[in-house]
Design a protein around this ligand. Structure first.
Ligand SMILES: CC(=O)N[C@H]1[C@@H](OP(=O)(O)OP(=O)(O)OC[C@H]2O[C@@H](n3ccc(=O)[nH]c3=O)[C@H](O)[C@@H]2O)O[C@H](CO)[C@@H](O)[C@@H]1O
Ligand SMILES: C=C(OP(=O)(O)O)C(=O)O
Length: 425
């Protein structure tokens, strides 16, 4: 099993090219299932999750080709097996995004329940509730969501859907389903994460009628057919945020080309409050920091919330900064019930952190010391890599298959800006 060996103590300098967003590419690959015409996606990141999603849709009968420049050409004209088997779904929760499009185009679908994962139980009850409001009959049978249209219908019907909480993939499933439904759909309490408007723009390019995307109320007027399109996947704000935290931690001067500062306001505000220098233009974001963090950064309290609040997907990475910055801080996780799995590993590196329910209480330390640590989920893995970059001596991060699920060539990008990091068996 691959591991990452990091030797800490180097500052980072230079330029990093930020890839397309995992959390936009995955729903957008599923959106191609809505039409029998060719769809081309540019800027698709090279990730394990994308490989899994391509496997999943090819298994349905979709033709999907990937070029080295990040272009993926899809043709769901021959889709004849609207099914997502457990073997593929179990490694990637985003497979639930196949349900809305399959149901909308074929009137039936069979998608394995994704199950829980390290960060929490992650139920899909809201997805089911919303699709049922649109006229779907969904049974859970032998671990599968078996969905069909009820009442002799040939298409889903528009509906008003108000979810109990803000759900990102739920909003995406409803957007895709409603695009081909009969009549109007109003999504209340919709997610506003930048990946939602990016998906909506792709659907509009396919002929969908959508208004209000990027706000909490999205209106969709269903159409009978969608056509092919070409779309460029938005830049990955979480990859960019991860590099921002890495450079703030190690010190240095790095430009993140293609990163969107307007998608990272909450994180950039906290970085500036901590003492890092962050500037941005339309080409990307520049961060400048000075080592050691303990002398130049002030720890920040923060609380994860839905966009535009502080993203839960940045909580673990920013926590490393608090662990090595001067002062006490509190980090509150409000989205997932079990997203502090990195804390014990950071403590093994010398961090002072205690967990009290949803709150992690930290006291900054002057230095971390390298050790073997275990990655438990995607962003926890990234936080351990950042910790390794500043720790004394060698840090070996085990189980990095979690990292490979969502970061495009992370160690190569870090090495190019001066990190001492290598992949070992
Ligand atoms: C592929 C993708 O885009 N993943 C992102 C997406 O996950 P995902 O879309 O799975 O996360 P949600 O926004 O749905 O989850 C938010 C909260 O709602 C709960 N919930 C959600 C749906 C439901 O039917 N029932 C329910 O109880 C979840 O357990 C969680 O506590 O948004 C999360 C929150 O920003 C991010 O961490 C993930 O990186
Ligand atoms: C939790 C994440 O992803 P997923 O929803 O794919 O598990 C993430 O990107 O941090």
């Amino acid at each position: 099993m691959d591991k990452l060996l990091v030797r800490g103590g180097r500052t980072l300098n230079g330029e990093v090219l930020i890839s397309g967003a995992k959390n936009a590419a995955l729903p957008e690959l599923c959106a191609a299932l809505l039409t029998d015409q060719p769809v081309t996606l540019h800027n698709v990141p090279q990730l394990q999750d994308v490989a899994t999603m391509l496997k999943l849709i090819r298994n349905m009968g979709v033709t999907a080709e990937r070029a080295d420049d990040g272009t993926v050409s899809l043709d769901a004209g021959g889709l004849n097996n609207p099914e997502a088997p457990y073997e593929l779904v179990k490694t990637m929760r985003a497979s639930v995004l196949a349900l809305g499009p399959l149901l909308a185009r074929f009137g039936h679908a069979k998608v394995s329940l994704p199950g829980g994962c390290a960060i929490g139980s992650r139920p899909v009850d809201q997805h089911l509730k919303g699709l049922q409001a649109m006229g779907a009959e969904i049974d859970v049978d032998h671990g599968y969501m078996v969905a069909k249209l009820g009442g002799g219908r040939t298409r889903l019907k528009g509906a008003r859907i108000a979810t109990d909480m803000v759900t990102v993939t739920g909003t995406e499933n409803f957007l895709m389903a409603a695009a081909l439904a009969e009549g109007e759909t109003m999504l209340e309490n919709a997610a506003q994460e930048p990946e939602i408007p990016d998906l909506a723009e792709m659907l509009i390019a396919m002929g969908a009628k959508i208004e209000g995307h990027g706000t909490s109320r999205i209106h969709i007027q269903g159409v009978e057919r969608l056509h092919g399109c070409t779309h460029k996947v938005v830049a990955d704000r979480i990859e960019a945020g991860t590099f921002l935290c890495a450079v703030a931690a190690t010190g240095g001067d790095v430009f993140l080309r293609h990163a969107r500062a307007d998608h990272l306001d909450a994180v950039i505000d906290k970085l500036r409050d901590a003492g890092a220098i962050v500037t941005a233009n339309e080409d990307g974001i520049r961060i400048q920091g000075t080592a050691p963090a303990y002398e130049h950064l002030k720890a920040q309290n923060f609380r994860t919330t839905e966009y535009p609040g502080f993203p839960t997907d940045m909580q673990a990475q920013f926590m490393v900064l608090n662990a090595i910055a001067k002062g006490a801080s509190k980090v509150t996780e409000t989205i997932f019930e079990n997203r502090f799995m990195h804390v014990n590993e950071l403590v093994r590196l010398g961090a002072h952190i205690q967990i009290d329910g949803k709150v992690a209480v930290l006291e900054g330390v002057q230095k971390l010391s390298g050790a073997t640590v275990m990655a438990t989920d995607l962003r926890a893995s990234a936080s351990l890599v950042i910790a390794g970059l500043v720790a004394d001596g060698e840090t070996l991060v085990d189980r990095i298959y979690h990292l490979d699920r969502g970061y495009d060539k992370m160690e190569a990008k870090l090495r190019a800006i001066g990190a001492d990091i290598e992949r070992v068996k």
